[in-house]
Design a protein around this ligand. Structure first.
Ligand SMILES: [Zn+2]
Length: 230
């Protein structure tokens, strides 16, 4: 058999398999079925970012995914809170396994990615370094109708597709902030480095103090564009 023929057969077999999964003729575990809704309790895998992106297309899919998370939220009708900055398929996150300094508006993919981050990245990091969970997160906000600083491109904040994480409080009250603790060599700095790595896994874009001075006091995370971890 020539290589070309072999390749064609392989493609056909693969196509047949994908079709069978789609039609439900072949049982694959839901976490490996691209058409099954995202289950936030499952560890992330290669399909997670595809499933997160799909959430923006449908409120129903979004609802299915978020009900598998610890998030407390209310759905927000599509609207344009400020001229030029429409917000679609969004929720207002009021709490989770952690408390927040204030509720935050988020596109569904951002809220779901945050829930994955908290469960599979943030809390394991806190357990690993401090042997206790994070109880509260202080953020600098999500929605802001503006451009990226010194550019004429819209920020992901303009569509509530970005969140700025500034500090973490542990169950025993210990406070860790990006501004004060990033440049250390103690447990707090080690924890923040683990949190940044976890954010890079969960979100499309993560910008830390290493990126530029504008980010000296927070981690910017968003679900726009291509991957970036700085
Ligand atoms: Zn930001």
């Amino acid at each position: 058999m020539t290589f070309g023929r072999f390749f064609l057969l392989l493609l056909l077999a693969l196509g047949g398999f994908v079709y069978a999964v789609w039609r439900g003729h072949v049982d694959v575990p839901p976490e490996w079925n691209p058409w099954a809704p995202l289950d936030i309790r499952e560890a992330p895998n290669l399909l997670t970012s595809y499933k997160l992106r799909r959430l923006q297309e449908s409120r129903e899919l979004c609802e299915q995914a978020l009900t598998t998370s610890d998030l407390k939220y209310v759905a927000v009708p599509d609207s344009t809170p400020q001229a030029g900055c429409p917000v679609e398929n969004a929720v207002r996150v009021t709490g989770s396994a952690v408390r927040f300094n204030s509720p935050w508006l988020a596109t569904c993919p951002l809220a779901a990615a945050y829930a994955m981050f908290e469960r599979h990245g943030l809390q394991p990091a806190a357990q690993q370094v401090f042997g206790q969970p994070v109880a509260r997160i202080d953020h600098f906000g999500s929605f802001a109708c503006r451009n990226i600083a010194r550019s004429n491109r819209r920020s992901q904040h303009a569509s509530a597709n970005a969140l700025d994480l500034a500090g973490f409080r542990l169950q025993d009250g210990t406070r860790i902030t990006v501004a004060r603790d990033w440049n250390g060599d103690d447990d707090k700095a080690r924890f923040l480095r683990l949190v940044k790595a976890a954010a890079c896994d969960a979100f499309k874009i993560t910008l830390s103090p290493e990126y530029n001075a504008a980010h000296h006091d927070h981690f910017h995370v968003d679900m726009g564009g291509f991957g970036m971890c700085r």
